[in-house]
Structure formats: C-alpha cells, structure tokens
Design a binder for this molecule. Structure first.
Ligand code: GAR
Length: 221
C-alpha cells in the first residue's frame, strides 16, 4: 500500500479526480491546503480524508512556510506527495527533500508555457495544440521529468475559459494515471531526466492526443 499526501490551494478538482479513481494500492493519507478557504477541502472531508491547513500568510518567508509544510506532510509519512493546483513556489530545500516522490500537474505542454496564465498565453501565441503535463518536480519552476501529457486542439473561437475547461478534462485523466503508475513502482527516470513506464503502456495511455481518444464522459472537444 502506498500512502500519498495531496496539496491543494483552491478548487481541488484534480485531487477529486485522484480520490474518485480509487487507485488500487493507494491510500490518501491527507489533503493539505495553504489557504483555509480552499474549497477542495470540503470534498476531502466529505470523503473521510484527513485535511490540514498550513496557511502561508502566517509565515514570514518561504523557508519557514516550507518547513512547516514539510513537518505537516512528514507526519503522514507519505510515499508520494502530489501537487494538485498548489499555487506556491517551493524552495529548493523542500523540493530536494521529496526528490523522486513529488509530482505536479501543469496546464500546458511543457516545456511550453511554464508559469501562470498558460491558456491565455497559448491563445495569444496562436498554437494549435495545447494541453497539460504531469511531471516530477525539480528546483526549476514547472520543470522536471515528464511522466505523461495530454494534448487538446485550440479552436479558433476559444477563449481562456473554454480552452481551460478542455484541458482540465484531460488533467483529470492523466493525473490519476500517473499516480497509478507511481503506486505500481513503474516509473523510471533515466540519467537524462526522461521517464519511462516499466512494462510499457499503450500510446493511448501515454499520450491522449485529441481526437484519438476522448474523455470517458464523451465531452465534445
Ligand atoms: C489546474 O488546471 C492545474 O493544472 C493548475 O491549476 C489548476 C488547479 O485546478 N496548476 C497550475 O497552474 C500549477 N502551476 P484544481 O484545483 O481544480 O485541481
């Protein structure tokens, strides 16, 4: 059994997707938010998951916040820490502490569009394909070994909201998949920072390229 802690800042829909996936061999030890009002905490509590708040505004600097956060995480002794819409830049010390067991999801096809406002920037750049990436976290912002990506088309009439919704539906597919592979001990990072899935996986699973595979909800994209 692998124990995981999920960190959120707000809505927590990716956390919810991971919880709902009921991944065999995975126990969600806690959901921790850096904002007391993070609405995702309500879902976690309603599902009997231990919830904690480490409010970043109560700490003088990043290091003291990250230390408090690490203490809260370590109390649950997780095998994996999952950043799910956790909107804080983490210190190098924090990232090193969880090296190889810290995953993040970012709403772009990294290395394109690290940082904020990815959907707006994708539309402004005129890219035709956009998406999301699950990756191991390194000290660089929105960087690190890529586990899985999902691509969606950018349509001519898209605005930030429509594109974000299309990407989010794919996020909810790829994050539970990445956690499942981790729980199965199948993720291997090579010397060049590339990830492979031990035992292989089908193309449909390793990359959801629209329109090759649609979300199970049948959402039209
Ligand atoms: C998601 O789109 C996630 O990819 C993004 O925030 C959203 C959180 O939604 N994360 C980042 O931008 C991190 N750089 P959620 O709270 O509903 O999961």
């Amino acid at each position: 059994m692998k124990s995981i802690v999920i960190l959120i800042s707000g809505r927590g829909s990716n956390m919810e997707a991971i919880v709902r996936a009921r991944i065999p061999g995975v126990r969600i030890a806690a959901v921790i938010a850096n904002r007391p009002g993070a609405s995702g905490l309500v879902f976690a509590q309603a599902n009997g998951i231990d919830t904690r708040v480490v409010d970043h505004t109560a700490y003088a600097d990043r290091v003291s916040f990250d230390d408090a956060l690490a203490e809260c995480i370590d109390a649950h002794a997780p095998d994996l820490v999952v950043l799910a819409g956790f909107m804080r830049v983490l210190t190098d010390g924090f990232v090193r502490r969880y090296e190889g067991r810290l995953l993040n999801i970012h709403p772009s096809l990294l290395p394109a569009f690290p940082g904020l406002h990815t959907h707006r920037r994708a539309i402004e750049a005129g890219v035709k394909v956009h998406g999301a990436t699950v990756h191991f976290v390194t000290a660089e912002l929105d960087d690190g070994p890529i586990v899985v990506q999902a691509a969606v088309p950018v349509r001519a009439d898209d605005d930030e909201a429509t594109l974000a919704a299309r990407v989010l539906a794919r996020e909810h597919l790829i994050y539970p998949q990445a956690v499942r592979w981790f729980a199965e001990d199948r993720l291997v990072i090579d010397g060049k920072g590339r990830v492979s899935v031990r035992g292989g996986c089908s193309d449909e699973v390793s990359a959801w390229i629209v329109p090759a595979l649609d979300a199970p909800t049948g959402e039209a994209s």
